[in-house]
Ligand binder design. Structure first.
Ligand code: IMP
Length: 428
């Protein structure tokens, strides 16, 4: 029996969608436990590309069951659109997709407040959110003012919604912003619930029983450790726990039932939105990584910031998430570089440090300490055997293992399922 948590070990966009897709073959359930449709998990199956935001990518595999857990914030209209797309492509959701009745709901006023919040922040303090209403929804959850999927099924829902719309409209009006239209929101939600209501249930006993039967669960993390509300580059983070702990609190499956943690790690680093990024490149190398790696946001289309591999960040993921193996992705993007620097530590105000600082201003002052690795100048895409990799590429992988103390179990050399090398311990 093995329940596996998969997390992003950088700032998101590590290629989790593809790894989850590959691992799904070995599990019975795929569970989302945090985040919302700020996530964009790109999966390429049989040459066909699909980006999933809320529905776990296990839905693309016949017979696998998927859960949107209590820790997720769910935009009902966005979910209905995604279900329609998945269904159009021939994947059944009835009896396979289960939505927690405890999941909090993203309403249009949350999106409006997200946009206003960003617009009103001082220059330099804007987060660069995806504007999907994620922060305001988690704020309402913490403030105990949110509505959950179970509330949408309650006969009192119209009154509950009206009270919220009135309150949020007072806030929006005070900002001089457009307000939400209660009747339109109610009608949209009621329409969405004709699709969603049959999928909503108490997912706690569902998953508990699955665990008791010895079925295997893959927890599909969204975003990455450096965007975690507690361990990331606060306040330039998302509003949920993208670290492995979030898998337990966001699903109701307790930590004692978790067995492995796979950290998805890109062979270089990217970040979308604002905030410190010590190995960021502002030169032709950065542009080249963006071009070859097609580093544009799956959710927003924004160009991603790019930089070299950062072992300080990877070690931060190891310490906070208990990573047991890496899935190292997009190594092929580095095929064309003559030398490839790896950041092994930072220099902060003249001192060498090995850990990511809490203080955001200190993080912004960190200068990477690089070690230069020779490039391999050979295409690696299409290689299906680790032994066939160029020696320099093998040394690059080995150095990452050495610097982090965690083995690479999966190596990805291209977007398709077929360009994935399974090297070691997998969910058994
Ligand atoms: P929010 O989650 O929309 O509030 O955005 C907060 C920060 O997290 C912004 O910098 C976003 O760009 C970033 N972010 C949120 N979701 C993702 C993701 O799935 N991948 C990468 N960055 C993300």
């Amino acid at each position: 029996m093995a329940n596996t948590i998969l997390i992003g070990a950088q700032w998101g966009d590590e290629g989790k969608g593809k790894i989850i897709d590959v691992l799904t073959e070995r599990v019975d359930w795929v569970v989302r436990a945090q985040g919302g449709n700020n996530a964009g998990h790109t999966v390429v199956v049989g040459g066909e590309r699909i980006v999933l935001h809320l529905v776990p990518s296990g839905i693309l595999h016949a017979g696998k069951r998927c859960v949107i857990g209590n820790g997720v914030v769910l935009d009902p209209m966005a979910l209905v659109a995604e279900i329609a797309e998945v269904t159009r492509r021939g994947h059944e959701v009835a009896g396979r997709l289960f939505i927690s009745d405890r999941a909090h709901v993203v309403f249009p006023y949350h999106r409006m407040l997200d946009a206003q919040g960003e617009a009103r922040r001082a220059k330099g303090e804007q987060i660069g959110t995806t504007q999907r209403g994620i922060g305001p929804t988690y704020s309402d959850k913490a403030a105990r003012f949110g509505l959950r999927m179970c509330d949408l099924l309650d006969p009192d829902f119209p009154a509950l919604l009206r009270a919220r719309v009135e309150e949020k409209n007072r806030v929006l009006a005070a900002m001089g912003a457009p307000v939400a239209d209660y009747a339109a929101v109610l009608a949209d939600i009621q329409q969405a619930m004709t699709t969603l209501a049959p999928l909503v249930c108490d997912t706690i006993p569902l998953l508990h029983d699955a665990v008791q039967r010895g079925e295997r669960i893959l927890f599909e993390g969204a975003q990455g450790i450096m965007l975690d509300i507690d361990f990331g580059t606060y306040p330039f983070v998302t509003s949920s726990n993208a670290s492995s702990g979030g898998a337990a609190t966001g699903s109701g499956v307790p930590p004692t039932r978790m067995n492995n943690v796979i950290g998805v790690l890109k062979a270089y680093t990217t970040r979308v939105g604002e905030g410190p990024f010590p190995t960021e490149l502002h030169d032709a190398n950065g542009d080249e990584i963006r071009r070859v790696g097609n580093e544009f946001g799956a959710t927003t289309g924004r160009p991603r910031r790019t930089g070299w591999f950062d072992a300080v960040v990877a070690r931060h993921a190891v310490m906070t998430c208990g990573v047991t193996e890496w899935a190292l992705t997009k190594l092929d993007v580095l095929d064309g570089f003559a030398t490839i620097p790896i950041c092994v530590a930072y220099e902060l105000d003249g001192q060498r440090i090995n850990h990511f600082p809490a203080n955001i201003r200190a993080a912004a002052r960190c200068r990477p300490v690089y070690e230069e690795m020779p490039g391999w100048h050979t295409p690696t895409r299409g290689i299906t055997n680790f032994a066939d990799l160029p020696d320099a590429a093998k040394r690059y992988v080995a150095r990452i293992v050495q610097l982090t103390g965690v083995p690479v179990g999966i190596l990805s050399l291209g977007p398709g399922r077929e360009s994935t090398l399974l090297l070691g311990a997998q969910p058994a």
